[in-house]
Write a protein that binds this ligand. Structure first.
Ligand code: ADP
Ligand code: MG
Length: 640
């Protein structure tokens, strides 16, 4: 008898099986919120979109049914670190789980996939860019898949704030497994994104399970800085004891603020993406244990962090999207005890926010100028450069051509998204190589002795290097080969120049690869989907953040309305609720709203009613009101 049959026979019916699994493997006695709804829906074979806030317990909603059902659950997840973490946790509980992701050798992947076919595995985690590999698809057809889970499903939507193109490949594996249902999970989705996720994943019928995003124990507030930001943070930390995260946008500021707090007697550490892997994991662990009270961090800190007793999340800078703010603030008070989320701002905050749109999406002519300057800097002639990788130091480039680094950086991002060049991926911290010739061809190349040694090392240590990228560690290579690291890197770059292998250096050796031959600047066009659409979305998000700073409405209501929740009730604990602003500014009656709509139409030169939108008013309510206004002929005739 399989475990699944055993449990079914013991418990008799569906809900009982789920509950006994929850207890047996995870040690919990009851489901939370809508977990059970989601589980029942996917067990009944329905495509399901589950919306639960961060920390709400989304993992359980696929892990429990997967254990109750026969076969293996395929889980698509965006971050390798998160994936490894979950696999580890499942294994600790005696559950067979594995993961495949970019950077594993061909053999490793093969072994993992065979295990899934023959080894009674219950979970196969896959990073999205692996989905299209032939090997994966071939092996998948031999697996008995119970259902497909898409974690962080908002990544599939261009309208989401964290679009990842590789997510759009998920629908390909749906085609290979037409009878298999899909479970999509996310914590951040506006109504448009909710629609889009279901469409992109080919839902057979719409099916959304939504849990209220209101967090009764979390008090949101916005504070205008009166003294200095540091002083303000210090006072907040004195006012609210306990574990804390302070978010700032600048890496330098994480360091400076943490040092200053330490000098004021508050235990603090700093965290950002530029630290070494070891520094990051040590610091995160010390904070998690409570050895360090305050983590001053950029947004690199958070994904996968699960500390229940965080008492405050303080934002030193205003984030540029409500999605990001809600996620980050939501890391406070997961244990259900009172916690605060404080957003600091000053007179410059709004203009800084607006400038962020300009910095993230500099004018198109500027982007073309950066392209031309980069080519010049790298001495790349028109028509040359196809497939060439060059070291590229942004700082030197900016100095030489008088560019403002943030804008130049974003121009390069846009150029790489538009496919003109490849610019080091900010998330990678290992170099990768793959051969781009046949094994027998290798003997025909004239190589220097240094190149030969590097090549031998690669052939000896990286299996599968002819068909897949393999991670390499230049430091280790250098010490094994008795060379300097720089010498190793130079050889790899030379191989790459001669198109013998593809070399993706780790991110702190900045590089640029030309994906196309060098073009004339007039030929540089940024597609609407990459530039104009994205820019407009960012503008709308920034606008919503400004509205959040200014609102006198309940902050919780403001935020959850943005995420499409209808008729949320006031939290009673945010600054506006407590300070009486909400009550004082009489509830937004239809009359008030009618006036707002008319003002909006006049001010924004609205040409169609679909342009009317208020971040703090649910679309459904606005829809009803507009309908009434139309009937009562309150809208200008040009709009109806
Ligand atoms: P999410 O993915 O929604 O952010 P996780 O799945 O990581 O959240 O779960 C967050 C925390 O909640 C975890 O520590 C998990 O063990 C806990 N949790 C989940 N479901 C339950 C439950 N039914 N009872 C108690 N704790 C739970
Ligand atoms: Mg999760």
């Amino acid at each position: 008898m399989t475990e699944h049959q055993l449990l079914s026979s013991l418990a008799g019916e569906g809900g009982g099986v789920s509950l006994s699994i929850l207890h047996k493997y995870f040690g919990f006695t009851s489901f939370r919120g809508i977990q059970q709804d989601i589980i029942e829906s996917i067990r009944a074979g329905h495509d399901t979109l589950g919306l639960m806030p961060t920390g709400g317990g989304k993992s359980i909603t696929f892990q429990v049914p997967a254990l109750a059902m026969e076969g293996i659950c395929v889980v698509v997840s965006p971050l390798i670190a998160l994936m490894k973490d979950q696999v580890e946790h499942l294994r600790e509980r005696g559950i067979k789980a594995t993961a495949i992701y970019t950077g594993m050798t061909h053999d490793e992947i093969l072994v993992a996939l065979e295990n899934c076919i023959f080894g009674n595995y219950k979970f196969l985690y896959v990073s999205p860019e692996r989905l299209t590999s032939e090997l994966f698809q071939a092996k998948l057809s031999h697996m008995k898949v119970s259902f497909i889970t898409v974690d962080e499903a908002h990544c599939i939507s261009q309208w989401g704030y964290d679009f990842r193109p590789s997510y759009t490949e998920i629908v390909q594996i749906r085609k290979l497994l037409p009878a298999v249902p899909v479970l999509a999970l996310t914590a951040t989705a506006t109504p448009a994104v909710v629609e889009d996720i279901q469409r992109q994943l080919g839902f057979r019928e719409p099916n959304v399970k939504r849990m209220s995003f209101l967090r009764r124990n979390l008090s949101y507030s916005v504070r205008r800085i009166v003294s200095t930001r540091e002083q303000e943070v210090l006072e907040l930390l004195q006012e609210y004891p306990g574990s804390s995260i302070v978010y700032t946008r600048s890496r330098v500021a994480t360091y400076e603020l943490a040092s200053w707090l330490s000098s004021q007697g508050i235990s603090a550490a700093h965290f950002h993406a530029g630290l070494t892997h070891r520094e990051k994991s040590e610091r995160a662990a010390a904070w998690q244990r409570g050895d360090i009270r305050v983590m001053v961090a950029t947004n690199a800190f958070g994904m996968g962090i699960d500390k229940p007793d965080v008492r405050s999340v303080i934002h030193y800078d205003v984030p540029d999207s409500p999605e990001a703010y809600f996620q980050e603030a939501g890391r406070a008070g997961r244990d259900g005890e009172a916690a605060v989320a404080v957003l600091l701002y000053d007179s410059r905050s709004m203009s800084l926010l607006r400038r962020r749109v300009e910095d993230t999406f500099p004018p198109e002519e500027y982007v073309a100028q950066v392209y031309e300057d980069v080519c010049c800097f790298l001495q790349m002639a028109i028509g040359d450069g196809f497939g060439v990788t060059r070291e590229f130091a942004l700082e030197q480039f900016c100095q030489a051509f008088h560019h403002f680094p943030v804008r130049a950086y974003n121009a390069l991002q846009l150029l790489s998204r538009a496919g003109y060049l490849e610019w080091a991926d900010a998330e990678e911290n290992h170099s990768r190589v793959m051969m781009c010739c046949q094994r027998q061809e290798l003997y025909t190349f004239q190589l220097t002795p240094a190149m030969e040694r590097v090549l031998h090392y690669l052939l000896r240590t990286c299996t599968g290097i002819f068909s897949e990228y393999a991670y390499i560690d230049e430091q280790e290579m250098a010490s094994t080969l008795g060379m300097t690291e720089q010498l190793v890197t130079e050889q790899l770059l030379e191989f790459s120049r001669r198109q013998i292998l593809k070399f993706i250096p780790r991110k702190y050796i900045p590089y640029i690869t030309f994906v196309q031959r060098r073009l004339d600047r007039d030929e540089i066009v940024l597609p609407k989907a990459i530039y104009a659409d994205r820019r407009r979305e960012l503008e709308a998000r920034v606008q919503t953040m400004i509205a959040y700073l200014q609102t006198t409405a309940c902050r919780s209501v403001f935020l959850v309305s943005y995420f499409g929740e209808e008729h949320p009730s006031e939290c009673g604990v945010c600054d506006n609720c407590v300070g009486g602003k909400v009550a004082a500014t009489s509830p937004m009656t239809d009359e008030v709203l009618v006036q707002r709509v008319l003002d909006f139409i006049a001010k924004e030169k609205v040409t169609s009613i679909v342009q009317i939108h208020f971040p703090d008013v649910p679309d459904s309510r606005l829809g009803e009101l507009l309908h009434r206004m139309m009937k009562e002929e309150l809208l200008p005739p040009s709009l109806t």
